[in-house]
Design a protein around this ligand. Structure first.
Ligand code: GDP
Ligand code: MG
Length: 262
């Protein structure tokens, strides 16, 4: 395995999430629509085995709509763009209806939920969207802080103000490279040129149109087309990799999924 996590950190995160889970009626497991499987951490289903878990896929605006549709088929999942405020009623209905299906309604207080997901999937964005103000803290910290607070979302729903942060589950290099390309693991963890080269190979096979504006399908061609040149005049492959990944992550290469149905 190429990626090292610190067991102490993982144990602490796990414990903090478990503690928070005791307080809620259900969990929103937030994952990324561009990699709906690899951006989940199945550990959550183990930690939350007694709690209904609702899967929400964010960043659907960046994902391939056909693949997202195929992936959602028959499942109890929703895919949406958290950058679009108009999805709020749909998301609220998905959460409350999802909870109502699994347990008897508690009339004494609103449903209580928490958001859990790997870094950068959109947890803070989701909390801010539902809370209607900038209430979630920006910047990740492992697990949940001690000073937990409930945010009132509606008459029926309250949410913990701090999300649970799980580390990505990396099974092998084929998963880690996808997570890296999507920005779900830090760029320092895998060599960026390797990630960009993998992405170029994937795009040439699956989304060749995305590469049309480059003169070829390797990093050197990307460097040439994007003007990534060092002071000495050599092609700067590292810079080309950074620019390519930036364009992929922002959707400038088109709506692309790295996995999912077809
Ligand atoms: N395009 C797009 N970007 C999103 C979406 N959700 C979150 N983001 C962006 O993804 C980045 C990480 O979001 P953040 O909420 O901080 O993730 P967190 O680490 O899980 O809390 C931010 O730049 C968000 O603006 C989405 O649905 N679509
Ligand atoms: Mg956050």
């Amino acid at each position: 395995m190429d990626i090292h996590w610190y067991p102490g950190h993982m144990a602490k995160t796990r414990r903090l999430i478990s503690e928070s889970l005791k307080l809620v009626d259900g969990v929103i497991h937030l994952a990324d629509a561009r990699l709906p499987k690899s951006s989940q951490n199945p550990l959550l289903y183990e930690l939350a085995k007694n709690k209904p878990t609702l899967l929400v896929l964010a960043k659907a605006d960046l994902a391939d709509p056909g693949r997202t549709r195929a992936w959602l088929k028959g499942g109890d999942t929703i895919a949406l763009s958290l950058r679009d405020n108009r999805i709020k009623p749909e998301l609220l209905a998905f959460i409350t209806e999802g909870l109502e299906k699994t347990q008897r309604r508690r009339f004494i207080r609103p449903w209580r939920v928490m958001v859990v997901g790997i870094p950068n999937v959109g947890k803070s964005t989701l909390i801010n969207l539902l809370a209607g103000r900038r209430s979630a803290k920006v910047g990740d910290r492992p697990g949940i802080t001690r000073s937990r607070q409930w945010i009132k979302i509606s008459a029926e729903l309250e949410m913990l103000d701090t999300p649970g942060i799980l580390w990505p589950k990396v099974e092998d290099r084929s998963v880690s490279v996808k997570l890296a390309a999507a920005g779900c693991i830090r760029d320092e963890i895998l060599p960026i040129a390797e990630v960009a080269t993998w992405l170029l190979g994937f795009l040439s096979r699956e989304y060749p149109l995305a590469l049309e504006r480059f003169s070829g399908r390797d990093l050197a061609a990307v460097a040439k087309s994007m003007g990534a040149v060092s002071k000495g005049g050599d092609l700067d492959l590292e810079k080309a990799a950074i620019l390519l990944l930036r364009d992929f992550r922002s959707g400038r290469l088109g709506r692309i999924s790295l996995e999912g149905g077809k």
